[in-house]
Design a protein around this ligand. Structure first.
Ligand SMILES: C[S@@+](CC[C@H](N)C(=O)[O-])C[C@H]1O[C@@H](n2cnc3c(N)ncnc32)[C@H](O)[C@@H]1O
Length: 290
């Protein structure tokens, strides 16, 4: 007899289509389609799998005149933008901004003033390490109408697809999101605060700084045996999870040709993946990736 429901579905590939149920609610951005001035929707695109996009995000994308998007927006989500909608890449890589932040802010203001319905599409959630606040500050200062649509942040998407609950009554009563983008390799983070029992740490942008992060956590008292997971390209068909400990994760990552973007999860909860890796049945295990 087959199981009542299967949990082995792989993430959607970009080419698969997504049916969106009709939604009758009035949308504040699309309401004034022909009126001027225009408006801006700051929209979270989620971590990669296009099925993780919200219905609201999809509706706004479909009604946009222009989409300004980041490098982290997945191809699967980009494929949902209708033909004919102008797409402008303003993404950035580490320290290499395709368009400087001030110019992005100004471009949003200018486009809205020209009467366009603009979607500013950002990877994950716009308010989590996404500079969403800076962009809407400029809009607010310029008197432009805007709205914010949350997206699934990388921590939620990657942990779910890796089978690692970020909190668990037995292992972690709190979770902390930290930027691992360490300026000039300095250790300017409150490391002692991170070393607490029953707390999960999630480092965004932590790949380059991983040797510093692991070294400092151990130096501040965390066990070298603490479990660590590094998730590369989470929620996409290329998702790779490397699991280790504070003392050996850097070596394991080097062995695995890990590609950005990556997220680092540190804490007891990582060990639950042994039981909860629901995607294992759907995806072949990469050599040495476990
Ligand atoms: C500038 S931050 C933007 C975070 C985004 N606003 C969010 O809420 O997920 C970029 C970092 O997010 C993480 N990230 C985003 N998407 C990811 C993915 N699909 N897999 C792993 N990490 C991801 C990585 O740590 C990456 O360096």
């Amino acid at each position: 007899m087959s199981a009542p429901h299967s949990n082995s579905r792989a993430p959607l590939k970009g080419t698969e289509t997504l049916e969106v149920p009709a939604v009758n609610a009035v949308n504040p951005v699309t309401l004034n389609r022909n009126s001027s001035p225009g408006e801006v929707a700051l929209v979270g695109a989620g971590p990669g799998d296009p099925e993780l996009l919200t219905i609201k995000a999809l509706r706004l994308i479909r009604n946009a005149d222009i989409v300004l998007y980041d490098r982290l927006v997945s191809q699967g989500v980009m494929d949902l933008i209708p033909e004919g909608v102008d797409r402008q890449h303003v993404g950035k890589q580490r320290a290499n901004h395709a368009v400087p932040q001030e110019q992005i802010n100004q471009r949003l203001v200018d486009l809205a003033r020209q009467g366009y319905r603009v979607v500013r599409l950002k990877g994950g959630d716009p308010f989590i390490f996404g500079r969403g606040g800076e962009e809407i500050e400029s809009l607010a200062a310029a008197g432009i109408r805007f709205q914010v649509v949350p997206g699934i942040t990388a921590a939620s998407g990657c942990s779910a697809y890796a089978g690692i609950p970020l909190t668990h009554r037995d292992y972690a009563q709190s979770v902390r999101f930290v930027t691992g983008h360490l300026k000039n390799d300095t250790c300017d983070l409150p490391w002692a605060d991170f070393v607490q029992t029953s707390q999960t740490l999630v480092f965004y942008m932590g790949l380059v700084g991983l040797p510093v992060i692991t070294r400092e956590l151990i130096a501040h008292g965390m066990s070298p045996d603490m479990s660590v997971a590094l998730i590369s390209r989470g929620t996409t068909a290329e998702q790779l999870v490397v699991v280790g400990t504070l003392s050996d994760i850097c070596a394991k990552v080097e062995q695995n040709r890990v590609e950005a973007p990556t997220l680092v999860i540190i804490g007891e909860v990582v060990r639950l993946r042994n039981k909860l890796d629901w995607m294992a049945a759907a995806q072949p295990v990469e050599a040495g990736g476990q």
